[in-house]
Design a protein around this ligand. Structure first.
Ligand SMILES: [Zn+2]
Length: 352
């Protein structure tokens, strides 16, 4: 008796390239979204992109509403929900980096309206994924949300974003290598739900990025093109899997734990990159993939050491030895790594 079934939600329109921001209204119309648009943004992306989008909607007679959020909190989600209900928004458009996009994504899920993602920085794969995350009490909550119906990624805008945000996005993608290793391990050992297709797509995305690492340089629109395509593809892998597994393993647990132990020191992508070096070492030892991961990160100017993350050795060791406690997700860290062993990994890989 065959009883398996699966539901995959993917973006319908993904529009990437030079000047595509000016096509946002057209992309929305093609997605058959109707009613009043509610544009959710934060101060900087408002200047570079959201004001232009609001003008497009206004010109088309869509009567757009705009809300500017300062922080990614559950209160901010509530505020956006209030505006969305008050103006009877037909759909939500998240414009910016992680914050406004995550907030718009979660709010649209709550009010049952469509969501369009307009990233202005290529800093992490949440711009396309079916997950939203909000920091609370020194930790991060990852919650299920709808993936965007459409993504509009203008490479001209992305190329002008601070370089370290782009290298963070690259590191987030490079970490797919170890996320997939952890996923396979959990599948073999714990019979965790696994999708070969999603795993292959996630790995291929990381390979393509590393293969193109030499052409990823500051201020180049071609670089933004490569990075944002990889972020989209990583998000699609998560949508196919129906979980963040293809792009989130022990290196992400390590990063979440750092957010708790040493908040605000380094970005998500940079932390997972360094985590990935160490968990790759744990997977395959001295001569394994960890050197390739470290070299790829170094090649794109992403941090590879504790010092480059503005962390001291003990903070890294504490995060590594406690990362397994964060959530019920089986990884190479198993039921926890011994402190002496953790110090050895961090030393051998040059992280401390
Ligand atoms: Zn990530």
């Amino acid at each position: 008796m065959f009883e398996k079934s699966k539901w995959i939600s993917l973006p319908r329109n993904v529009v990437v390239g030079h000047g595509v921001l000016d096509q946002t209204r057209e992309v929305v119309a093609d997605t058959h979204l109707t009613g009043r648009p509610l544009v959710v943004t934060s101060p900087t992306p408002k200047e570079v992109a959201a004001d232009r989008i609001v003008a497009q909607f206004a010109e088309a007679g869509d009567d757009p509403e705009l809300v500017v959020v300062e922080e990614a909190t559950f209160d901010a989600v509530e505020d956006v929900l209030e505006v969305a209900r008050g103006c009877d928004a037909g759909y939500l458009v998240g414009v910016g980096g992680g914050k406004p996009i995550d907030i718009a994504k979660m709010a649209s899920d709550d009010v049952g309206r469509g969501f369009v993602s307009v990233p202005t920085v290529a800093s992490h794969d949440g711009i396309v994924s079916n997950r939203g995350s909000v920091p609370e009490e020194g930790t991060r909550h990852s919650v299920a949300a709808e993936p965007p119906l459409a993504v509009v990624a203008d490479t001209e805008i992305l190329a002008n974003a601070p370089w370290e945000l782009t290298t963070a996005g690259c590191a987030d993608i490079i970490s797919n290598y170890t996320a997939v290793m952890d996923w396979r391990l959990a599948y073999r050992l714990k019979n965790a739900p696994y999708s070969q297709y999603a795993a292959a797509l996630s790995e291929m995305t990381a390979e393509m990025l590393v293969g193109n690492a030499d052409s990823i340089r500051p201020g180049l629109e071609e670089s933004s093109w490569i990075v944002v395509k990889a972020l989209v593809s990583s998000g699609v892998a998560m949508s196919i899997a129906g979980s963040s597994r293809p792009a989130s393993g022990a290196e992400h647990l390590f990063s979440h734990q750092l957010d708790r132990i040493a908040p605000g020191r380094a970005s998500h992508g940079h932390q997972v990159g360094v985590g990935s070096i160490m968990t790759a070492y744990l997977h395959s030892g001295e001569n394994g993939l960890w050197r390739d991961i470290r070299d790829a990160l170094a090649n794109i100017d992403a941090p590879t050491t504790a010092a480059e993350l503005n962390l001291d050795d003990d903070e890294v060791l504490e995060a590594l030895t406690t990362a397994h406690e964060i959530r019920d997700r089986y990884t190479i860290l198993g039921d926890g790594i011994d402190e002496t062993a953790a110090r050895e990994v961090a030393k051998q890989t040059g992280v401390i």
